[in-house]
Ligand binder design. Sequence first.
Ligand SMILES: [Zn+2]
Length: 135
Amino acid sequence: MQISGKMNKPDSPKERNLIKGAIRRVFSRSELRRAAMKDCVVPDYHDPSRPRVTKWATCSICKELHPAYKMEIDHSEPVIPPGLTLDDMTWDEVIDRLWCEPYNLKAVCKPCHKIKSKIENFERRRLKRERKNGE
Ligand SMILES: [Zn+2]
């Protein structure tokens, strides 16, 4: 029996997206992500007006304090490089970029994460259009 990653690669976009989601879910429970989350917590900070929030964290973009449980972990260098799409990458590449060096992981608040992703997706679409026109 010969094992070929390429041959067995599911090629329906729906399946690929499901696998991408599954890999991301594993990452969300990873030791690496947990460590990045822990690093962003501001020690000994308490907000008397929010006594039930025991852990606070600084967003690496807006620099404001937020309840730690509301923070998200962002890959500064995106998992899928702006000039590429998921289809250009192997699963090994996706996993390697998701489980990146710790310095590439930054805690961000939800609104900042949303804006950063929006900008990245905009850039992605622009590059895709450029590529299409260049062909
Ligand atoms: Zn923020």
